[in-house]
Design a binder for this molecule. Sequence first.
Ligand code: FES
Length: 121
Amino acid sequence: MTYKHFFIKAPIVSLSGQPSILFDGKQANLLEALEYKKVKVFSECRNGFCGACKTKIISGKVSYLTEPLVELEQDECLPCCCIPQTDVDLELAPISNSIHRVKNDSSSTSPSTTHLYPEKV
Ligand code: FES
């Protein structure tokens, strides 16, 4: 038996081709690993139910800890409930694209407030 049987390389997570994270398993899933590195990913349920965190996979494979309830294309994943199986390259949606901003009518006498909610759920 050689050292290759003992050591498995931790997957590298890249963001649009830029290596960003070595997924060493200290975080429970890909979403937590990204957030640990201060990468903002829009999320809601964090359990594979809503699809808010849906992310495009440019290359690589992920495996799911729990089966997602959201329909996914071949090149999409839900970071909240998966871990990288191989090195992966992700294309994160800009956070501003994931959130739809609504302002109250300016003619209203009440103070202006901004509500944030996901565009698609
Ligand atoms: S946050 Fe809901 S599916 Fe990932």
